[in-house]
Design a protein around this ligand. Structure first.
Ligand code: GTP
Ligand code: MG
Length: 265
């Protein structure tokens, strides 16, 4: 047998041992994630795990402009009772942590002290590929989260425009966070940024400048809705700071999650 064969066998033994262990502690999930990120776990093994795990979490990706409020929104959602009662996990995509190969303490700064870290699973993932910041096997990772009983998996991406990211198909819900403070709205509607996502959240709509742009953006969106995917989107104008629009987003997530968990996947 080749060296590669031996290594692969050892990997599978490790993966199976942890996967089949009745111990579903966070550190075991973390070990499995590292093994999946650093190696090519073979497809037949993954299919077996998929059948065994039977369930997978509802995957919510929070993406959008750099600095638009993605982390702030995530922090808010993690404290929302309707969601906090469910086992929730977070994968924070962080290009800066690639060198250290994963979570390092600074990443946790993304979560405020109000978030109960005992309850949630948090893991940051480095930038491992040139063309995307998403882990290449997100779909397989989802099996692991399901097996460890997590019902919702949040993924926070780096700001859009910094990479050529294509959001993987296994993501169930995309929340695209934008602001109206960037200036050229016409450019913005043409740039395709608002084509992305199921919920389009315009955050920081709280000053005169944003307010004055609201009607223009609304009409641009309306024009767009005749010809594009914008029609199917839920569009929310609000401000996390002023607690505006957040109930609408939470209700929408809960409804969508319930539909997902009732109808299966
Ligand atoms: N005025 C105002 N500021 C906000 C609001 N939401 C977030 N911010 C601030 O905007 C800044 C960026 O927020 P983040 O949540 O870090 O934004 P992000 O999209 O995660 O940023 P990156 O991850 O760096 O792309 C922070 O200083 C927040 O406090 C809001 O509703 N109103
Ligand atoms: Mg952030």
């Amino acid at each position: 047998m080749t060296d590669f064969g031996v290594e692969e066998k050892e990997l599978m033994v490790k993966v199976r041992d942890i996967f089949n262990s009745p111990n579903r502690e966070k550190k075991n999930l973390s070990k499995l994630i590292s093994l999946f990120l650093d190696n090519n776990v073979n497809d037949s093994e993954i299919e077996e795990m998929r059948e065994f795990a039977q369930t997978r979490p509802y995957i919510i990706c929070i993406t959008g402009l750099p600095g638009a409020g993605k982390s702030t929104l995530l922090n808010y959602l993690l404290q929302e009772k309707a969601l906090a009662n469910l086992p929730v996990a977070v994968l924070a995509i962080d290009p800066t942590s690639a060198e250290s190969g994963g979570a390092f303490l600074g990443d946790r700064i993304r979560l405020t002290e109000k978030v109960n870290l005992e309850e949630i699973f948090f893991r940051s993932v480095g930038h491992r590929h040139r063309d995307t910041t998403f882990p290449k096997n997100l779909d397989s990772l989802a099996i692991l989260f399901g097996h460890f009983n997590y019902k919702i998996l949040f993924i926070e991406t780096v700001g859009m425009g910094q990479t050529q990211d294509v959001i993987p198909d296994c993501v169930n819900l995309i929340i695209n966070v934008q602001t109206l403070t960037n200036g050229d709205e016409i450019q913005f509607t043409k740039s395709g940024l608002i084509q992305i996502g199921d919920i389009l959240f315009f955050n920081k709509v709280e000053d005169q400048v944003s307010m004055s742009r609201l009607s223009l953006v609304r009409s641009l969106l309306l024009q767009d809705s005749n010809s594009s995917k914008v029609k199917e989107k839920q569009i929310v104008f609000g401000s996390i700071r002023l607690n505006e629009g957040l109930d609408e987003i939470t209700t929408s997530i809960v409804e969508r999650y319930e539909r997902f968990s009732q109808n299966g996947f």
